[in-house]
Design a protein around this ligand. Structure first.
Ligand code: GLA
Length: 399
């Protein structure tokens, strides 16, 4: 992954350092050679809050992710180390846990709970993980962590789970243990991502198409507001309930089966708030189809316009944006070389995704950072990301 340095715009590759520090720390702590897994975060070009409505999404895995080292334990207990936080958690496998875990432990315990339910047997293990995805930035650090863990267990204990089965386990852990009623997008793209491609995914059929996304003239620039509003998870679940209630009212299994004509015909019977949310979802699905077309035709101006439309829908209809995100999207409109921008992910904070001409990237970044700091008193963090590969085992270093 690359950090953009404000002064020089120099790019520094960090991956190898992360990998090395995880291996070294694991070996020092547990005195054994681990299996190492890497799982990426993601961007979503367009198609927000459509996945749990069985609609379309267009995400790409990125070159920021979680590196996780795992090996069998000789003890009868498991130890997990969150390297970046310098925290250690030791527990016995499948022992009912009375403590409620709200932190990073929940992702691990959730996966273990899903394995227990499915009667899939594993043995004690030691694990250490570290990452370069900023948590809470809407880049799916949680899906990356879940995928890295199940992928690591699958390899270590030869569980023979398919990628889709691993995705389902990660997804169920998020629902049943972490408590976010998310869609499938994040776990899916973190598993299946491809270098230089986005994936056009139909969340109903789970059919997908690789969409080439390499263009030498543009960058995908993330601007991190550094905020995460505390009601984000409950508001997310509430949006899902609204959408499902509209679908039910219209006799449909999901909003995927509802078109705007049907929705308008029934407008009077639907609470106004819910109507706007459902309308947004129907329109956003359509924008995904148009965006795929635009990318295929290399019409990046059109793609940028669709990103702005998506943001407007998220801001005014779906109501999952916030002042910080709106500020960044608004200011981007006046900047030369910025083709499109929108909030990304669940919302209420995190990053904006910006499609920017390469030549304009640094000046846009400097302007955005100056204005943001003046308005909110916070320094933006920023990343240029490349569409990258999904979850994988990292080969052993040659001796
Ligand atoms: C979060 C969820 C995803 C998706 C997005 C919004 O990232 O995990 O399933 O719903 O929000 O598009």
């Amino acid at each position: 992954m690359f950090f953009l340095n404000f002064e020089g715009g120099r790019r520094i590759s960090m991956d190898q350092n992360l990998l090395k520090s995880v291996r070294t720390a694991f070996t020092a702590e547990f005195k054994s050679q681990p299996l190492v897994v890497w799982a990426p975060g993601r961007i979503n070009i367009i198609g927000e809050h459509t996945d749990y409505n069985m609609g379309y999404v267009l995400p790409a895995a990125i070159d920021l992710g979680i590196t996780l080292a795992i090996q069998r334990s000789k003890e009868d207990q498991c130890t997990i180390i969150a390297h970046d936080l310098d925290e250690k958690y030791t527990f016995h496998l499948f022992q009912k846990n009375s403590e409620a875990h709200k932190g990073w432990q929940a992702y691990f315990l959730g996966i273990l709970e899903e394995l227990r339910k499915a009667a899939i047997k594993i043995e004690p293990f030691n694990l250490l993980f570290s990452g370069d995805i900023p948590a809470g930035a809407g880049l799916s650090s949680s899906a990356a962590l879940e995928n890295a863990f199940i992928f690591g267990l699958n390899s270590l204990f030869e569980l023979r789970l398919s990628p889709m089965e691993m995705i389902q386990i990660s997804h169920s852990a998020e629902h049943n243990y972490v408590g976010v009623q998310c869609g499938i997008m994040d776990q899916y793209i973190s598993m299946y991502g491809k270098d230089d491609h986005a994936i056009f995914l139909d969340c109903q059929s789970l059919k997908s198409e690789l969409i080439p996304l390499k263009d030498e003239n543009f960058e995908w620039l993330l601007l991190n507001t550094q905020v995460k509003h505390s009601l984000a998870d409950s508001a997310y679940n509430q949006r899902r309930i609204s959408c499902e209630s509209v679908a039910k009212q219209l006799g449909a299994k999901s909003l995927r089966e509802v078109n705007s004509e049907l929705l308008y015909q029934n407008q009077a019977a639907i609470p106004q708030e819910d109507f706007q949310k459902a309308l947004y979802v129907i329109q956003e699905n359509n924008r995904v189809l148009l965006a795929v077309q635009a990318i295929k035709e290399k019409d990046f101006e059109a793609l940028g316009r669709l990103m702005y439309e998506s943001h407007e829908g998220l801001q005014h209809q779906y109501e999952v944006s916030c002042d910080e995100l709106d500020f960044l999207v608004d200011l981007s409109r006046e900047q030369e070389g910025v083709l499109g921008a929108r909030m990304m992910g669940g919302g209420f904070g995190g990053c904006t995704l910006n499609l920017v001409k390469k030549v304009a990237c640094l000046s846009f970044l400097n302007i955005a950072n100056g204005l943001y700091q003046k308005r909110f008193g916070t320094v933006l963090s920023s990343f240029i990301v490349k569409p990258g590969e999904g979850c994988r085992l990292v080969p052993q270093e040659p001796n």
